[in-house]
Design a protein around this ligand. Structure first.
Ligand code: ADE
Length: 224
């Protein structure tokens, strides 16, 4: 998978890609990340990429031209499955979306700032708008980092058995059951007996019951 990220702050985004699973995914050649600094596509002397909004009002708007130049250049080189815009008024990210996106070959992610982008960018270039939740960040960069992490770990070959995504919360619309490790007794706080029993069908049944119970208590909406 190839991910092209268009941003005015590439340096803000880079560190999550240089550690742990995202780093390994790139080393394995499973994913390629390319940053594009939007200012490099500005056609004016000041390298500005935003301007006042028509009709007045506080907040700058990101201009269409640099975004057009960047996206058009990328699209001339290859086909893209999605051109994603990170925005609080997009569709809320969930595990199903991450699963679908992880199967794509090439995607572009555009990070917004200030009051967002000129509506014509959204009308002409964007195929999917994604929010990571009902709150407003200073820009789309950290949201794009969250999206990339959720997607990349699902690409076949990224996780091994130990870190398998199949038992994650949400993967089967249930929250994950509780987990324990050594010691089996910590100052009288004991691990449930069933987990020490060696009876794997029984352990599996216990985990399913716990997952269901936890989901019912914390996220009953997932069971609807
Ligand atoms: N940009 C600012 N806030 C955001 C959010 N909640 N999700 C995605 N992009 C954003």
């Amino acid at each position: 998978m190839r991910i092209d990220i268009i941003t005015i702050l590439p340096e803000l985004m880079q560190s999550p890609f240089s550690a742990s699973i995202l780093k390994r995914a790139q080393e394995k050649g499973v994913v390629e990340i390319h940053f594009h600094n939007l200012r490099d596509y500005s056609t004016n002397k000041q390298k500005s990429i935003d301007d006042y909004q028509f009709g007045g009002g506080a907040g700058m708007v990101m201009m269409i031209e640099p975004i057009d130049l960047c996206i058009t250049k990328l699209k001339a080189a290859r086909n893209y499955d999605e051109v994603i815009y990170m925005t609080p008024d997009g569709e809320t990210l969930n595990q199903g979306m991450a699963n679908t996106l992880s199967l794509h070959e090439n995607i572009i992610i555009l990070c917004g700032h200030y009051k967002g982008v000129d509506q014509r960018v959204r009308d002409l270039f964007i195929t999917k708008e994604i929010s990571i939740g009902d709150f407003v960040l200073s820009g789309g960069e950290l949201a794009a980092n969250v999206l990339c992490d959720a997607v990349i770990r699902l690409i076949p070959g990224v996780l091994n058995d130990e870190t398998s995504a199949l038992t994650d919360s949400f993967q089967d619309d249930l929250l994950a059951p509780p987990v324990y490790t050594r010691p089996s007794d910590y100052n009288g706080n004991k691990v449930p007996d069933v987990l020490l029993s060696g009876n794997f069908p029984k352990i599996e049944q216990w985990r399913e019951e716990q997952a269901y119970q936890r989901t019912k208590e914390r996220r009953p909406d997932l069971l609807d």
